[in-house]
Each structure stands twice: as structure tokens, then as C-alpha cells.
Design a protein around this ligand. Structure first.
Ligand code: TRP
Length: 332
């Protein structure tokens, strides 16, 4: 039996190098592992907790699917689907809500963070909090449990949610004295994904310091040229460990190649030449995914077909799980 690895992707636009190295690349490596069945879906109903523009939600959903396909996700091996196309998820979500004590939901960090902001501002503690945000972890648990997932690759910030899914499954199984739901385990992505941005802070869209994956080659080059450097003269030896250009570049390379590059820094390389090398390596890595992305976005109906096919296949997996759950609770 293959291990089932499931992860949800919130639709957000414009991935950067940090996302790619930290999320896309390791998730795609996992999906290519022959001992794993991977299910990667677009969590469009989770996005509805915040997005209010229908055209934007539709566009971001297609866009995020295009990004994964462009980076090499193979829809023949990996199930790719839209959360909203799988009604079994929402039925299970209700059932799990009945197994989630309210006090337990109060501790979920997405809600707690919103509440802390309100309290700090002196607002009502629940100001702006909709029930979708409040019950976010229940829907996420349904995403996970409906396919009997074994592992859930996530960033550190989502570990609590996966543990909540495990708790809900445990509580459910205990109630009915049977192993109805499979207990999932979070697979935390390593810290190798933390890539500094062009100003030295963590690369993040909110800081405006990113190297975007799918901009034109020219824009990417321009972003590389913005990486902060000091005024060491061109021929002078440079300490790679304290150079931002090196730290970003290193994240793209194997250990051996990173060491070769460090040697070049120590023997003296101009910042211009160092950036040129980085721009070339980035271009070599991104040229193909960029072309694929552009091609996919020219014909979104092909993406729709892939998502439809994924939904059909995953519903075949979800239906028997839901039948087990319904039988356990006593409906039908
Ligand atoms: N909450 C996750 C995030 O913000 C997205 C997500 C939704 C998810 N459902 C999931 C992740 C199920 C893993 C499993 O990134």
C-alpha cells in the first residue's frame, strides 16, 4: 500500500523563489516518490474566508494550479483538484464540527491571531471574524481525513491544524469504538526553504523584496541587481557567509556547487559578476517552467480539464470514507 500524502494550497498569486524552494520543490519531490500517492488540491473554499471578488477567486484558483503544473506536477501521477468540487469534504466537515469542542476551536492560531489584533486595538475581540475563519481547522481536517491521508506536508505554521485534525479523528474513533478515520501526521518542511529577500529580510511578498518565479527574464534580472551589497572593491576577496548575494544563490545550488561558488567569492569576484552568475543560474532553472506557465495560462480550459478529472478521481476515493463515517454515526 502506498502512503497517501495530501496537501492543500491556498490560492495566492505570484510565487517567488522562496516559495518555490521551500514549498513547491520539496512537495514535487515527494510526489515523484514511487512509494507515495500524492493529492495536491486548491483550497478555494478556505480562500473564501477572505476573498470577496468572484473574478479574483476564479483567477487565483486557475493561476495556482498553473504554477504547480508549470513546476512539473504530473497530473497523471498526482491528483490535482479543486476543494470546492468535492462535496464529500463539506459533509464530513459538518460531522467533524460536531466532534470539535468550542473551547478547542478557540485555541486555533488563525483565530487567535485575529483576536489578538482586535484586543490590541481595543476592538471587540471577535470583530471581523467570520465563522469560516473560526472553523477553518475543521474544514482543513475534513480535507485531510476524507482521503485517509497518512502524511500532510505543511509549513511550520500549519502543524497545529494537522494536529487538530488528528485530535478530531481520535475523538471520533473513540466515540464509536472503531478505527473509522485514519490518523494523519504532519510532515514539516525543512528550514532550507528560508531564503532571504533582496533586502536581507526573509523573502516575502509583504516586504516587496522577492525574486518572482514567473516574471520576464528582464524583470528577474532587475530584481537580482537590487540585492543589497557593501562597498568592498571589485577585486577584493569577499566573505561568502556574510554576503546576501551568496546566501540567496546558495539556496539554489547543491552543496558541492555552493562550495565552488564560495571559493570564487574568497578569491575575489565583483558584486556585478556575482549577481550575473546568480541571474544566469536563476534563468537556467526558471526558463522552462516560465514557458510552461505562459503556455498554460494561454489556454486555461486545459487546466480546468485537469482539475475536473482530479475531482472525479478523488471523489471515488472520498465516497467510501464518507460512507464509513455515515454508517458509524447512524445516518442511513
Ligand atoms: N491551511 C493551509 C494553508 O494555509 C491550506 C490547507 C487547506 C491545507 N487545507 C489543507 C494544507 C489540508 C494541508 C492539508 O497553507
Amino acid at each position: 500500500m502506498k502512503k497517501v500524502s495530501l496537501t492543500g494550497i491556498k490560492p495566492t498569486a505570484q510565487p517567488h523563489i522562496g516559495n518555490w524552494l521551500g514549498m513547491h520543490r520539496p512537495s514535487l519531490e515527494l510526489a515523484a516518490d514511487p512509494s507515495v500517492s500524492a493529492y495536491y488540491f486548491v483550497a478555494d473554499y478556505h480562500a473564501l474566508t477572505t476573498i470577496r471578488d468572484p473574478a479574483e477567486l476564479r483567477r487565483l484558483t486557475i493561476d495556482v494550479a498553473a504554477v504547480w503544473l508549470a513546476f512539473g506536477l504530473d497530473p497523471a501521477r498526482t491528483l490535482v483538484y479543486r476543494q470546492s468540487d468535492v462535496p464529500e469534504v463539506f459533509e464530513l466537515s459538518w460531522i467533524l464540527a460536531c466532534f470539535s469542542p468550542k473551547g478547542f476551536m478557540n485555541k486555533a492560531h488563525a483565530y487567535k491571531a485575529a483576536r489578538d489584533v482586535n484586543v490590541a486595538k481595543g476592538d471587540d475581540e471577535d470583530a471581523g471574524v467570520n465563522m469560516g475563519l473560526y472553523t477553518y481547522p475543521i474544514l482543513m481536517a475534513a480535507d485531510i481525513l476524507i482521503v485517509d491521508a497518512d502524511v500532510v506536508p505543511v509549513g511550520q505554521d500549519q502543524v497545529q491544524h494537522v494536529e487538530m485534525a488528528r485530535d478530531m479523528a481520535q475523538r471520533f474513533n473513540h466515540t464509536y469504538g472503531a478505527e473509522v478515520l485514519k490518523l494523519p501526521t504532519a510532515l514539516v518542511r525543512g528550514e532550507s526553504g528560508v531564503v532571504p529577500g533582496v533586502d536581507g529580510r526573509k523573502m516575502s511578498k509583504s516586504y516587496g523584496n522577492t525574486l518572482p518565479c514567473f516574471s520576464t527574464a528582464k524583470q528577474l534580472r532587475k530584481a537580482v541587481m537590487r540585492i543589497e551589497t557593501d562597498s568592498t572593491p571589485p577585486e577584493a576577496p569577499k566573505d561568502p557567509e556574510s554576503s546576501l548575494v551568496y546566501k540567496i544563490h546558495r539556496a539554489l545550488l547543491t552543496k558541492e556547487r555552493a562550495e565552488d561558488l564560495a571559493a570564487e567569492y574568497r578569491s575575489g569576484i565583483s558584486w556585478g559578476a556575482a549577481k550575473q552568475l546568480l541571474a544566469e543560474d536563476l534563468e537556467a532553472l526558471l526558463a522552462e517552467p516560465r514557458a510552461k506557465y505562459d503556455e498554460l495560462m494561454r489556454d486555461p480550459s486545459a487546466i480546468e480539464d485537469i482539475l475536473d478529472d482530479g475531482a472525479r478521481r478523488v471523489r471515488g476515493i472520498a465516497a467510501p470514507v464518507l460512507a464509513r463515517v455515515r454508517a458509524a454515526v447512524g445516518v442511513r
